[in-house]
Every structure is written in C-alpha cells, then in structure tokens.
Design a protein around this ligand. Structure first.
Ligand SMILES: Cc1cc2nc3c(=O)[nH]c(=O)nc-3n(C[C@H](O)[C@H](O)[C@H](O)COP(=O)(O)O)c2cc1C
Length: 159
C-alpha cells in the first residue's frame, strides 16, 4: 500500500501547525525537519543583511545541517514537504533534506506558508536536489487553512 509522509521545517511554528493539520487530514505520518542549530529570532531577522538567514539565503549552494532524518524513507512514495517562504523561495535547508534521502521514483509536493509571497521559483531551486523524483507544482497556504481544504488539495496527488 502506498503511504504518504508530511515532512516540514518551521522556524517559528506557523508551518508546523499547517503541517500537523495536513497530516491529520490525510492520516499520514509527520516528520519535523530539525536544524542541527535551531534558528534564533536574531537569525531570522531579514532586515539584517548579516543575520544567519540573510547570509545563508544569499548563497543558494549553502546547505544548513539537519539533526535528524526520515527513518525508512522507502516506506513512503508520496512526500509533502512544508516550509516557510524565505526570500521568495524555500529555505536551503529543504535542499539539504531532499539531498539527504534517496527520493528517486517518489512524488514530492511542496507546500508553504509566507507573509504573502507565492511559491515563486521554489521548484527551480529544489529540482536539482531530488533527481529521479516527480516534483509537483506546490502551493502556498494561509496559516489557518482548514483540514477539509487541505485534504481536498492533497488527495489530488494520492493514488
Ligand atoms: C528570513 C525570512 C525570509 C522571509 N521571506 C519572505 C518572503 O520572501 N515573502 C513572504 O511573504 N514572507 C517571507 N517571510 C515570512 C515567512 O514566510 C512567514 O512568516 C512564515 O509563515 C513563517 O513560517 P514558520 O513559522 O513555519 O517559520 C520570511 C521570513 C523569514 C524569517
């Protein structure tokens, strides 16, 4: 039987809540992508060009380290990957996550929260990190999107 996983990174809890609702709505497993070094409020200050997030996002080849990984990724064939939009795209820790696992043959569906930006160039940045996978066009959601709407969206990608 095919199984779905919801994996997410959330620096301040907004995407975490959405990911929990999505996993609950589709009855899937949930996995938090945990940075080896958690992001502090100062790290997330996008008005500071020298803050950690500004420096990291200024170099798209940078790969923030992750503390954990998905056990038995082979159990899943559909993986929803959630994150906050940073500077109009996915944070590069999502590249780290994709590159950590063998995702060939799997379907990857990005989803995000943001202040207001859409998915932008997210998939162009993520595609090289998941060779052999089908990378679907993802979606940016309002933080308070309900479970019924999340399920309706997610069911489109599930066999
Ligand atoms: C470093 C950084 C960059 C961001 N860049 C954008 C952006 O380009 N567009 C936008 O609408 N929101 C942007 N935001 C806002 C976040 O996407 C938004 O607050 C998100 O819901 C946070 O999710 P989280 O609590 O799961 O980390 C940015 C936030 C941070 C910390």
């Amino acid at each position: 039987m095919s199984k779905a996983l919801v994996a997410y990174f959330s620096a301040s809890g907004v995407t975490a809540k959405l990911a929990e609702n999505l996993a609950d709505a589709i009855d899937s497993d949930l996995h938090e992508i945990k940075p080896a070094q958690p992001y502090t409020a100062a790290d997330l200050d996008w008005t500071d060009k020298k803050s950690r997030s500004s420096v990291e996002m200024g170099d798209k080849s940078f790969r923030p380290e992750i503390a954990n990984r998905v056990e038995q990724i082979e159990r899943y064939d559909t993986i929803f990957v959630g994150f906050p939009i940073w500077w109009y795209v996915a944070p590069t820790i999502i590249n780290t996550f994709l590159e950590q696992h063998d995702l060939s043959g799997k379907t990857i569906i990005p989803f995000a929260t943001s202040g207001s930006s859409g998915m932008g160039n997210t998939n162009a940045e993520l595609r090289p990190s998941c060779p052999g996978a089908v990378l679907e066009e993802g979606k940016r959601f309002n933080a308070n999107t309900g479970k019924a709407e999340l399920k309706q969206w997610a069911d489109r990608f599930r066999p």
